[in-house]
Design a protein around this ligand. Structure first.
Ligand SMILES: NC(=O)c1ccc[n+]([C@@H]2O[C@H](COP(=O)([O-])OP(=O)(O)OC[C@H]3O[C@@H](n4cnc5c(N)ncnc54)[C@H](OP(=O)(O)O)[C@@H]3O)[C@@H](O)[C@H]2O)c1
Length: 270
């Protein structure tokens, strides 16, 4: 037995939302290395194309025979009409999804309750919660009918512990946690697996989005300690997906070593 057996990924088809950057992009490339086929979703078509090319390179470099097909779908998961049409955008040979990674999500601002704009509030809920639920609804019945599949939802430490200035984001990730838990229970009689990955701070475009393009403010979030990298989280996702069919990794709570809670971070020393 090898230490980290990924042979079960060969020819599996993995759909990843939010695959154009950060955790989603790193996860796509790692799955490609393992011989999976990929369906990559996001709003930015140019960024998706770059990740798709990197997946093809990663697969070619792996020496693995089989798998390695990659398709991209430009979609806004916060738009329920677009999500209802998602299957028609996927090439026929990749329509049967084995692993659904619901990763698309974001936080905007650090506004306190009373100051939060309804646009920000609705955007976060429509993407992080309704986008994730609508995507799951689009694929779960087929997984149940085949009695095989895996839904991997990206939650957050923010779904476990709320913090000041993060009320809406924390509420969305708490909703992801509740939804994922209910889905796990609903599928107990099936071979469909359900996993939630809950990262702490990961250095991605996440903070640039939070601070509305202010790169200096985003960089400060990660100063003085070693945050997680997108690859760190991708490894956990791919590891969970490649366990034997009778093993379900229910939750992975992964933090940087110097982070203990959403905002308790030790900076500037060992
Ligand atoms: N970074 C962290 O510290 C951290 C910690 C815990 C959890 N998370 C979670 O991890 C997930 C990935 O975040 P990340 O850190 O990798 O951030 P990121 O680099 O900003 O990636 C977010 C991804 O989501 C996509 N996305 C956002 N809104 C979308 C929409 N409406 N429709 C389709 N795609 C959409 C973005 O692509 P487009 O802009 O091209 O659409 C992008 O690919 C999120 O759910 C986030 O909440 C992150």
């Amino acid at each position: 037995m090898s230490l980290f057996n990924t042979s079960r990924l060969l020819n599996k088809t993995v759909l990843i939302t939010g695959a154009s950057s950060g955790i989603g992009a790193a996860t796509a490339i790692l799955f490609a290395k393992g011989g999976a086929n990929l369906v990559l979703l996001a709003r930015r078509a140019d960024a998706l194309k770059k990740v798709a090319d990197a997946c093809v390179d990663a697969h070619n470099g792996s020496g693995i025979q089989g798998g390695g097909k990659v398709a991209t779908v430009q979609i806004d998961v916060s738009d329920k009409v677009q999500v209802s049409d998602v299957l028609s955008k996927i090439p026929d040979e990749l329509k049967s999804i084995d692993v659904l990674v619901n990763n698309a999500g974001y936080v905007l601002g650090t506004d306190r309750v009373g100051q939060i704009s309804s646009n920000d509030m609705e955007g976060m809920f429509n993407t992080n919660v309704f986008g994730l639920i609508n995507m799951t609804q689009a694929f779960i019945n087929e997984m149940k009918a085949r009695n095989i599949g895996h839904v991997i939802n990206i939650g957050s430490v923010a779904g476990r512990e709320p913090y000041i200035g993060g009320s809406i984001y924390c509420a969305t990730k708490n909703a992801v946690r509740a939804f994922t838990g209910a889905l796990l229970r609903e599928l107990v009689e099936t071979q469909v697996r359900v996993t939630e990955i809950q990262p702490g701070m990961v250095e991605t475009e996440f903070s640039i989005v939070r601070y509305r393009g202010d790169k200096d403010a985003a960089d400060k979030v990660y100063q003085g300690f070693a945050p997680l990298t997108p690859d760190d989280v991708a490894e956990e996702i791919v590891w969970a997906a490649s366990r034997p069919p009778h093993v379900n990794i229910v939750e992975v709570f992964i933090m940087p070593t110097n982070q203990a809670t959403p905002w308790l971070v030790h900076r500037g020393g060992k």
